[in-house]
Design a protein around this ligand. Structure first.
Ligand SMILES: [Zn+2]
Length: 207
């Protein structure tokens, strides 16, 4: 439910922005997609603590080697999220949430809403990939369903994982030199504008 480094985080203790204490706002930002207005979120910043660096390393470890230079990052990489079981993606008329992930006897099924934009769909797939990876490496009890985007800190980690996979830092830096425009970058990487803004802010490419 909370950041595992909450009590010892030097960034938070020295007065830095903490997504854990501002979860709802952080969630709102990430989910505001292309209707997002930066001025509404000027107080929201990327996490300055170490936890997100662990997530970035996990994304690199899982997808880095296989992530070709092509943009946007292809979604079929999702197959690499589980080494033991196949992952099937099924579009479904989901309204109350973006996606639900199920563990079935013959593998994983990600049901993803077809009522959301293509860029949100891509983002959601790698959000769900984080849950599958976390499930595999932590030997947590098999869960049947994951849905919704509110609540636990775990959901923010899953969102950040999707940011790392879909917006590799070196590619973002290169493209920024050419485009220097948040909307253009969001189109090039095929991601929600709000998430591109957050990545650029984190990398100090915008103020
Ligand atoms: Zn989730």
């Amino acid at each position: 439910m909370h950041c595992p480094q909450f009590s010892s985080c030097s960034a938070r203790l020295s007065g830095g922005y903490c997504p854990d204490t501002d979860k709802d706002r952080f969630n709102q930002l990430i989910n505001s997609d292309d209707h997002f207005l930066p001025d509404d979120f000027h107080q929201v910043k990327p996490c300055g603590g170490e936890i997100m660096q662990h997530v970035e390393r996990l994304a690199e470890h899982k997808f880095g080697r296989n992530r070709a230079d092509e943009l946007p990052v292809p979604t079929n990489l999702i197959e690499l999220a589980s080494e033991e079981h196949p992952i099937e993606v099924r579009p479904l008329d989901l309204r109350a949430c973006y996606a639900a992930t199920w563990y079935m006897p013959d593998g994983w099924v990600i049901q993803v809403s077809d009522a959301i934009s293509p860029s949100r769909k891509r983002f959601t797939l790698f959000h769900e990939a984080f849950h599958i990876i976390a499930h595999n490496c932590c030997q947590t009890p098999k869960f049947k369903q994951r849905g919704g985007n509110q609540g636990s800190f775990n959901e923010l980690l899953a969102d950040y994982f999707a940011i790392c996979v879909l917006m590799p830092q070196e590619r973002v830096r290169e493209q920024w030199l050419e485009l220097s425009d948040v909307d253009g970058m969001a189109i090039a990487f095929d991601v929600p504008t709000s998430t591109m803004w957050l990545r650029l802010k984190e990398m100090d490419l915008i103020n």
